[in-house]
Structures are given as structure tokens and as C-alpha cells.
Ligand binder design. Sequence first.
Ligand code: SF4
Length: 380
Amino acid sequence: MVDMVDLIEDIQNILLAWFRDHGRHNIPWKLKRDGSIPKSGESLSPYEIWIAEVMLQQTQLKVVIPYWKKWMKKFPSLSDLAVADEQNVLLIWQGLGYYSRAKRIHESSKLLIDFVGNKCSQDPISWPNELDQWMLLPGIGRSTAGSIISSAFDLPTPILDGNVKRVLSRLIANEKTSGKDEKRLWGLSSLLLLTVSPRDINQALMDFGSQVCTPKKPRCSSCPLQNFCIAYIKYDPVNFPKKDMKQSNPVEKIGLGLVFNKSGELLIDQRLESSSMGGMWEFPGGKKNSNESIEDTIEREIKEELGICVKAVEKLLCFDHSYSHKKLSFTVYICQLISGVPKPLTSQKLLWVSPEKLCDFPFPAANTKIISALNKHLGI
Ligand code: SF4
């Protein structure tokens, strides 16, 4: 670590030179309104950067960009977001996953509007620019706060997202990823910011991690930092940072039913606010027990969830969907309503909607596959 401090300036210069030639200079929220690159010390829109940084949590840049553009069209300012209906916020987020992020952004917009004020929400100077202030917002940790502040105000706040953690862990051959070892990484990340442009150094580190010092096949033979990299000189870089033993994700079988009424409308229910993906809409159904057929699962779950008797009559599709901690295997049936009036026994609301109107409701990503298959089936 002591040797590393002496080498900080060389590493900074190499990273900045690499960034100039190979960095991602077209990320929309890192540019000024006229599309030009901001000068050192110049501020950018904290609102646009904040939304982007939350979207980037657990999601890749190329996936985020179209969502961010759609968001900015719908909610161009903090004031627009603060008065928006939560269902519209979820609708824009639909497909991006980890929906609690959208709800937290919406909740935070009301806190921020109190801080910034309606009139000044377009002026970066009115926005918070300290770590503690940003970390008061739900879902904002130190690295996200650091990234927002350095990107928006070009201030020296360190970051330690997955890419940066990997690059720094390899440079100092830091084996572990937690506790005391993580402190060393934060220390190094801070030291690297002692430069003219913290915004550029942070972006350089992130881009370098995603393009050169990649998780499985780092491009060490052409890496400009190889003479400084202890993992490369002494060990196999791929082993850094050391990963925890990963448990394999269990696969759960899920049966879902598309229940139609005589008018051709379809039954959807809205998840409880307190549940994961709360506020999103879905098709009724649930987890298969080991001793039942998938048709029995669907009929039983719908009885428990809605208090009605249905018959699973036609299989529409089967597909798998992976989450960070588990994998779900879905089987979807078109169901016939036999008896009963549906009630929201385990959800907050039920609706009969025509299939053409399903796109007006926010559904989790797995359900959107069902809507596509249904539209094909119905010739919509
Ligand atoms: S030499 Fe390899 S491991 Fe080290 S920083 Fe470069 S790409 Fe990463």
C-alpha cells in the first residue's frame, strides 16, 4: 500500500490517458445539454445523474441508456417526478428489474424537492453535494452517492462499484472483499481522486474495469497498468477479488393462470405494497407443491388468492426467468372460470382488463413475456 501511494500519480496519468482514447464519452447524463463534454469543475444536472446512478445499480450501462432516455421524456425534472403517480413511475421502470429502486426514487423525489425547492430544481447549486446528504436518501449507499457527487459537481468523492473494486483489488492483490480489506480499497479509490478531475478518474476506473480489467478475461497482455499490477506480476488476476463460495440458485416451479370472463377480459391482481415488487401487477398463480401437477397448482393457488374455482384448460407457454438469488420456471395456462366472484385475498386490488389494455399497467419482466405470448395467441 505504501509503494502504491508513491505510484498514484503514474496510475492516474495512465488511467486518464487511456480514458481520453478509449473511455465512454457519449454517456448522455455525462454531457452538457448542448452535447458537449463538461470542462473540469463544471456542474452537470444532479437530477439526471441521480436517476442514472440508481438505474445503474445491478444493471449494465447499455441496458440503462434507453430506460433513462424514456424516463427523462416522461419526468424531465425533479418537480415532474415528485408529483407523478407511482403507477406511472413503475410503468416507465417496467423491465428494468429490482422495482424497489423505482419506488425509492419516487419517495426520494419528495424529500429532495423539500431540500432543493421547486423553483431551483434545475440549478445544480441548489442540490446537495455532500455524501451524508445523499446517503440519507433510501437506497443510496456510499458508492452511489460518491458517483452522483463526482459526476454532477466534479468533486473528489470516491466510488467502489463492482468494476472499480475489481481493478483496485487486482492492482494491490487484495484477496478479500469485506471489512478491513475493503477499507484499503476505499483508501486507494480516494487517493486516486487527488487530481484535477475526479469526475474523469472515476469514469476512467469504471470504463477500464468494464473494457480492460474484466471479470473473466482481463486483457493483461495489452494493459497499460500491468507494470503496477501486483495480481498480474505475482498471481493470476482472475482470482482477484476473491469470491465467496456461491451457492447454486434453487429452481422454483410456478404455475400461472390467465382467467377470462365472458366479455373476454382478463383478471390481473396488484401486489401488496409491503411485498417485493409491491404495486406491480401480475397474473394469479403461485409455487408448485412437490405432490401436485402444475394444473392443480394453478387451480389451488387461484382459489387461495382470489376465492374462485377455475379449470386450467390450455397451456400457453413455459419459460425460465432468473433473479439474482433464484431461478423460476413458469408454466402458464389459459383458465376457464367455473364459479365464484374474485376477491383480492392476498393482493391489494383486482381488475378485469381487456388484453389490449395490459400495456397500461406495470408488470414485472417475467409477466411481460406472458403478455407477448398472449398477444400472439389472440392475434393482437
Ligand atoms: S494487468 Fe490485468 S489484472 Fe492488472 S489491471 Fe491490467 S487488466 Fe487488470
